[in-house]
Design a protein around this ligand. Structure first.
Ligand SMILES: Cc1ncc(C[n+]2csc(CCOP(=O)(O)OP(=O)(O)O)c2C)c(N)n1
Ligand SMILES: [Mg+2]
Length: 404
């Protein structure tokens, strides 16, 4: 990868060779390294070995976090990982059409999810099962969209969690508009009574190459929208590595739009919690937007239709296993005698119970009535849509078992 100095004073014919189309072994290794190290700007409060690293700027954002809170964050991560593994298995058993694994991104999502207030709005892409959990959405409610029976089984207004968006980057525009609305409605600025609001928009490293994301950055920036852009850089956009998305670290892109960007260790739940609390606080006080790049890793396939062994080295996955987000909290809790065996056994039992209930639910999941897909398209009744709905319901009723 060329350095900025080389861009400013290019010497014709003496630049780096054009290797992008046919990477050499050295370049592959350099790419491997780039994905495993976050660089010196990475905010980390808990090392992969579970040691707490003091941080002058961010420690105060988790000063009130008790041992019990850390056990809670650990429990959250164990449960969302278990729900994720169980849903993945349900897809393999033919119960779901597709599943999008969360594995490896638990700390990034629980960290920001637990930093949000109920009144903060979330705009997810399709992998945000951990954030959904923090918003009170059950693993059961997530299944419908992956089984193909509904478009999202939760009430977005009540939970303040927008439906999953499969079109890459599209939710960034929705989030920018929503956050601009929060500003226009005076929900930003004075937070003395704890009622100021912010929005968090989730997208991946690959999404940063989409036009929608660029446009969302521009609108949010020039309207000072209370929007935290939360980019989970999981190093891959299906089979495309991050080095095919950007020649500089993603968080540095924010500068070009005129707002701060920061890179946090997305496998460190404490760092993600602290940095997200800071960013949300800034946004609620009118100092948004802010870009957070959560540096993490997609430990499983892109989706259950993908085979990552076709395009990435197993060495890379092994390197990241050493940075497992759950393991470092477990080691931290044990080393500092913040949790005993009984605690870990109880979390395990809870996760077994939850998994059994999730399986049961999925095997017996009722199809929603056909007419339900016409609900919530517009905020108010719409005569043309109602006519279409009635026609479709009649049509389906003409088939055996089609009465709905
Ligand atoms: C507009 C659009 N183009 C292409 C796709 C196909 N697609 C689905 S996921 C994906 C990669 C996204 O990668 P990233 O943004 O890094 O998110 P991740 O899946 O890694 O969480 C692509 C290209 C799509 N869904 N929408
Ligand atoms: Mg990605």
């Amino acid at each position: 990868m060329s350095s900025p100095d080389e861009w400013t004073h290019p010497v014709p014919g003496e630049g780096p060779p054009a290797t992008a189309a046919a990477p050499t072994a050295e370049r592959v290794i350099a790419g491997l390294r780039a994905t495993s190290e976050g660089g010196e700007d990475l905010v980390q409060l808990l090392t992969p070995e579970g040691e707490r690293v003091p941080n002058e700027r961010f420690d105060r954002y988790i000063a009130d976090v008790t041992d019990e809170d850390i056990r809670g964050l650990y429990r959250d991560m164990v449960l969302v990982r278990r729900a994720d593994r169980e849903s993945n298995a349900l897809q393999r058993q033919g119960q779901l059409g597709i599943w999008v694994p969360l594995l490896g991104q638990e700390a990034a999502q629980i960290g920001v999810g637990r930093a949000m207030r109920h009144t903060d709005m979330a705009f997810p892409s399709y992998r945000e099962h951990g954030v959904a959990w923090c918003k009170g959405i059950t693993p059961q409610q997530l299944l419908g969209i992956f089984r193909g029976t509904d478009n999202g089984g939760w009430d977005s207004a009540a939970t303040r969690f927008h439906p999953y968006t499969i079109v890459i980057g599209n939710q960034v525009l929705n989030a920018a508009g929503y956050a601009m609305g929060q500003r226009f409605e005076g929900k930003v600025g004075d937070d003395s009574d704890g009622t100021a609001e912010a929005t968090v928009c989730f997208f991946g490293d690959g999404a940063t190459s989409q036009g929608d994301v660029h446009e969302g950055f521009v609108w949010a920036s020039v309207y000072d929208a209370p929007l935290v852009f939360f980019c989970q850089n999981n190093q891959w956009a299906i089979s495309e590595p991050t080095e095919r998305q950007s020649r500089l670290p993603l968080y540095q892109r924010a500068r070009g739009y005129g707002f701060p960007g920061i890179r946090v260790d997305g496998n460190d739940v404490l760092a993600t919690l602290a940095v997200s609390r800071w960013a949300l606080d800034e946004c609620r006080h009118g100092n948004g937007p802010i870009l957070i790049e959560a540096f993490t890793y997609r430990m499983d396939a892109h989706t259950t239709t993908d085979d990552p062994t076709r395009y990435r080295l197993s060495d890379e996955v092994e390197t990241w296993k050493l940075k497992d987000p759950l393991e470092r909290v477990r080691v931290h809790l044990i080393r500092h005698e913040m949790a005993d065996d009984a605690f870990f056994e109880q979390v395990q039992a809870e996760s077994d119970q939850m998994a059994a209930e999730l399986r049961d639910y999925c095997f017996n999941m009722p199809d929603p009535p056909v007419r339900q897909m016409f609900d919530n398209v517009y905020s108010e009744p719409h005569p043309y849509l109602e006519a279409q709905r009635d026609e479709y319901v009649d049509y389906v009723a003409g088939f055996a078992g089609g009465e709905h």
